[in-house]
Design a protein around this ligand. Structure first.
Ligand code: IMP
Ligand code: MG
Length: 170
């Protein structure tokens, strides 16, 4: 077991997620929203966010992975696509963390082809110093330094997803 240092404790994290939920309620003004969670890292953020939005909320999930050796193109492989049509819907992609921005840039273009009415991004964490491709992110929980973080869905070799806070490994 590696030593894990706390970066954002549970209370602070969940309070911030509630704030994002309130912001979404305001922005969508009673309209239905479709949250698309990116597996597996987004699960805890997704549930905490969804529970705090009073609008009608539909949930869907995607599972993606990056192709080996195509870092420069940022092409990603879709292991599991969304189940329901998003045509004409107001969609928010829900992600655990934005690092280089490649995954979300690809996903955004991919999902736009399914003709949603609108599409925005919500991420629990962002590492702005690591960004390779610029993208507009409407809802950011916390911007953090370039540290490897785990917990609240985020893993290190599939472990630590269940930690109820954000920690980092040296
Ligand atoms: P991007 O395409 O570089 O933005 O990749 C983002 C993805 O990399 C996230 O969805 C995470 O799965 C993973 N990732 C990036 N930084 C971390 C980290 O510090 N801890 C755990 N996973 C990370
Ligand atoms: Mg991920």
């Amino acid at each position: 077991m590696k030593e894990i240092y706390t970066l954002i404790n549970k209370a602070k994290l969940e309070k911030r997620i509630e704030e994002l939920a309130k912001q979404i309620e305001k922005d969508y003004d009673g309209k239905e929203v479709v949250l698309i969670g990116i597996l597996k890292g987004s699960i805890m953020f997704m549930t905490q966010l969804a529970k705090n939005i009073k609008n009608d909320v539909l949930l869907d999930f995607m599972d993606v992975s990056s192709y080996e050796g195509t870092e420069s193109t940022g092409k990603i492989k879709i292991n599991k696509d969304i189940r329901d049509s998003i045509e004409g819907k107001d969609v928010i992609i829900v992600e655990d963390i934005i690092d280089t921005g490649r995954t979300l840039t690809y996903l955004l273009e991919y999902l736009k082809q399914k003709n949603p009415n609108s599409i925005k991004i919500a991420t629990m964490l962002s590492k702005p110093s690591r960004r390779v491709v610029e993208l507009a992110v409407e809802y950011v929980g916390f911007s953090i330094e370039d540290k490897f973080v785990v917990g609240y869905g985020l893993d290190y070799n599939e472990k630590y997803r269940n930690l109820p806070y954000i920690g980092y490994i040296e």
